[in-house]
Write a protein that binds this ligand. Structure first.
Ligand code: PEP
Length: 254
């Protein structure tokens, strides 16, 4: 049985005050969440607040990126060792905004994935097509390429098994347009089947989250799909009530 994971990607939003307030509200509402695993990914500078406020609670936290390098002269980057030092459980890698604005390639993302697992953290690997790619009928080709970048690492499917996948159609991120449950399920099933060809047991255990304008109003229906195991939540993760409502929807489908 795959435990639903609801992870908030705060992106470049927040302040010290906002982080403390949001985490306080999420902690206060956690009593109502029974089955879902809950995680937040604030910006790097606020990870220490997450560490202070969430240690000893079931709420996990992580980063939105991780350097592909171990340490050294890489100005502005943050290493997996540092994330571990702050008690992170997760690190998002390959978010479409990083692919787009930081020109991250599949090879770079695979290196980051490896670095994250090498330090005992769990990567959340984002895969997803643009609207243009969908319209050209290339959705499966694109998500397969994103997935294969990790499947082709030396560890192969065992390496993939250490992470979580997030299917995030780029056209649904921050746009208010959500993939229909059927559209999302189709891609999730495709991804799981692709992994199953390598190892059916890993495929059966692998958590595949949906991300792209998930909100309280559509979360239940999306997570009711057979291959949708939770959500990576952007905008709605910045409002405690919405985020907690999505976690509740995860419970309903556990
Ligand atoms: C995201 O950026 O990971 C995301 C899913 O954003 P939103 O929920 O705002 O579409």
């Amino acid at each position: 049985m795959r435990q639903p994971l609801i992870a908030g990607n705060w992106k470049m939003n927040g302040s010290k005050v906002m982080t403390a307030e949001l985490l306080t509200a999420i902690k206060a509402g956690l009593g109502d969440i029974e089955a879902s695993e809950v995680a937040v990914c604030p910006p790097f500078p606020y990870l220490h607040i997450a560490e202070e406020m969430l240690s000893g609670t079931p709420i996990r936290y992580g980063s939105q990126d991780c350097s592909r390098e171990e340490d050294g002269a890489f100005t502005g980057q943050v290493s997996a060792t540092m994330l571990k030092d702050f008690g992170c459980t997760y690190a998002i890698v390959g978010h479409s905004e990083r692919r787009l604005f930081n020109a991250e390639t599949d090879a770079v993302i695979a290196r980051k994935y490896q670095m994250v697992t090498a330090h005992g953290l769990t990567p959340i690997l984002c895969v997803g097509e643009t609207l243009e790619e969908r319209e050209q009928g290339k959705t499966e080709e694109v998500v397969a390429r994103h997935l294969d970048a990790v499947l082709e690492l030396p560890g192969g499917v065992a390496e993939l098994a250490k992470g979580v996948i997030a299917y995030e159609p780029v056209w649904a991120i921050g746009t208010g347009v959500t993939a229909t449950p059927e559209q999302a399920q189709e891609v999730h099933a495709f991804l799981r089947q692709r992994v199953a060809k390598k190892d059916p047991e890993v495929a059966a255990e692998l958590r595949i989250l949906y991300g792209g304008s998930m909100k309280p109003g559509n979360a239940l229906e999306l997570m009711a799909q057979a291959d949708i195991d939770g959500g990576l939540i952007g905008g709605a993760a910045l409002k405690a009530a919405d985020f907690l409502a999505i976690c509740k929807a995860g419970d309903a489908n556990a």
